[in-house]
Design a binder for this molecule. Sequence first.
Ligand code: NDP
Ligand code: GDR
Length: 334
Amino acid sequence: MASETNQPGSDSTTPVNGEIKPKIALITGITGQDGSYLTEFLLDKGYEVHDLSDASSLRRWLDTINPDEVYNLAAQSHVAVSFEIPDYTADVVATGALRLLEAVRSHIAATGRSQIKYYQAGSSEMFGSTPPPQSETTPFHPRSPYAASKCAAHWYTVNYREAYGLYACNGILFNHESPRRGENFVTRKITRAVGRIKVGLQNKLFLGNLQASRDWGFAGDYVEAMWMMLQQEKPDDYVVATEESHTVEEFLEVAFGYVGLNWKDHVVIDKRYFRPAEVDNLKGDSSKTRKVLGWKPKVGFEQLVKMMVEEDIDLAKREKVLVDAGFMDAQQQP
Ligand code: NDP
Ligand code: GDR
């Protein structure tokens, strides 16, 4: 377990016996893309932030840390990988959420604390094959073990809210990306390749289905919505999306085009990257979130792609220095 603190900001402090105490947040999955942005965001607001990674002692950590807010971000989050390791995925994504909800419930019951606010990282993958636009009232039709597990976690969260009055929210977040995105997700895989091709470290990029369409936003914007959900009077479920959808091919066009390259000269279709069942088209309707939380995305599609490409060109240039100096093999691709 790790913890970090910052100087308290005005909106993150609770007066206790006349003393100002920083709010305490507990995050699972802190080392992931969202965990890193959320931690920075909360530290900036003056929170004390802790990471919870040991599932065997959830209750003990809750008793010790006494958090005000719990963000459950931990997951085996790769959709394709979930077909390879479905059982592990279900354990972490579905049962992991249930374990944490139950630990929060029993911690509250045992300590007599009035409330802890719980955030569940839900996903647009839960909508699966249900056609867009997808909102909080759209039926789920999951298309992978990952998505089915996220549906279970969603309903566990609703159930703990209804059964025990827990302040528990489901954020149903559409795809969100950044220069910190894992390199095996399609956006980052593309921008890493653009950088490496541009500096001459790579020539080909192997991809699967280019026709899938996604509603891609910026992770930094989305973690703010997570926090906003927990600052309301009542818990609820919210869709977070840009409301714009683009195909993988469109992402390629913009990313390669940004550095004056033609993606068709480099992309090779590889059957290994096709999934047993695909999610064809996701496009969110986030009108409730915009109205109730007052949230809206700040970074648009082209700006997001540009941000990722620029960072990956810098990274590739640093890699090139190592390759030229003989410290790294150019074939050592991400
Ligand atoms: P990442 O894959 O980047 O991060 C996942 C995190 O979960 C990592 O910190 C990882 O730790 C941790 N983790 C994995 N397995 C376990 C385990 N068995 N026990 C404890 N921790 C574990 O995901 P993102 O940051 O992108 O996403 C955050 C959450 O939001 C996830 O639940 C994801 O499913 C969900 N989500 C993401 C969206 C997106 O577009 N990014 C959209 C909608 C939902 P380690 O580094 O040690 O492996
Ligand atoms: P997704 O993201 O499955 O939407 O889940 P990913 O970037 O993996 O795939 C998006 C689309 O691109 C197609 N694709 C490829 N995908 C990968 N990873 N690698 C390839 O080579 C490739 N070629 C084409 C995919 O088939 C798919 O249609 C992400 C994760 O962050 C989840 O945890 C999260 O819940 C959802 O977003 C919302």
